[in-house]
Ligand binder design. Sequence first.
Ligand SMILES: [Zn+2]
Length: 418
Amino acid sequence: MTPESMFHQMLGLGTEWEVSSCRFDPETGLVILQIAETAELWKRYRCPHDQAEVFCYDHTEELVWRHLNVFEHKCEIHCCLPRARCRQCQKIHRVQPPWEGLAMHFTKGFEAMALLLLREMPVARVAKLLKETDTRLWRIVFAHVDAAYARKDMSEVTCLGVDEMSIRKGHEYLTIFADLKAKTVLFATEGKDKSTWERFIAEWEKHEGHRHQLTQVSMDMSKAYRAAVPEWCRNAEIVFDKYHVIAHVNSAVDQVRKYELRYGPVSVREALKKTLWIWRKNKENLTDKEKERLAGIEHKNLWTAKAYQMRLVFQDIYRSTTVEEARKRFKVWCRWVRMVTAQAPRYYFASMLSAAKMVLNHLGGILAHWKEKITNAFMEGLNSVFSAMKRRARGYRTSVHLIAVLYLMSAKLKIPFH
Ligand SMILES: [Zn+2]
């Protein structure tokens, strides 16, 4: 077996193409496979527009595709691609070679391998490993994500989650739309205002979705795009996401702690020092040391401890089996907060009181949780993926790059796309 015929078989070229020569340059360490079409190609090849017979019109200049390494050596396919002319429609077009990937300049095999690594590692590291430039690797990501995303089926979506993530501290945001049942990202776009909804609906309807099939939308209470939901999707009910609601109560507890730490008596202030994380956790998640600390300060009759107790009870309301039970318990909880606020020194419980008011004002959306029990847990998980992504896309932290990686990692696309 000659090296040519070996590479021919390894590339699966069939009878229509042949490896006319292969050479190794010890200087550059490059393996070059020269490929050309055979007479067989012209017998079988048909015009892609009308399936009519074609003839060879001319050839392109020599083109280069990066292929998988041969041992540790870089390997390239070189070929002057034939251009065909149709006998019927007279159109001239470049013949599509079987090895070519979606991004120009790479073979399918190389792209598949690069994408496999890109799922696990930052682009810069993959680039170093494969001895490629970042820019060329991004081209592979964009080509496959775009092609696979265009085919993504969104016809079954009924429960949607919406949340925003910050690209840079302070200003730039992406709004992310996810299918909470299939646990996949549907769409991401710049900004966090109402217009993001308009863009989502337009994209969704390109993917066989329909705005009126939406039954539930899970989000935070404070979102600007809340008003957009009834406007666009008349059958959708807003659900205030459990984790966001609890987070509001959690930060109210934190305010109580801050207040008490500042204005409480000395002994209280001493006890409260460096306890931030204790109050944020659930009791079962505390370490032994933290448990000991908590036991040591609980008897001091702290307002913070009272607020913490309230948060634990609030969280427990989510265990209610029926919506009626939950409604009753939320109302009792709010009364409890009002009562304790009245007993507390002025301002101590202001944050808890406003949390309770918020709960009452949004009770409908909070109780909508009991219909499907959907939560944004999938999206909360995305948050950590997203910060890893920002590291992964280091140097390319634009929304375009981040959205591409987000789709690559979390949109359940068929990638590599061939
Ligand atoms: Zn034709």
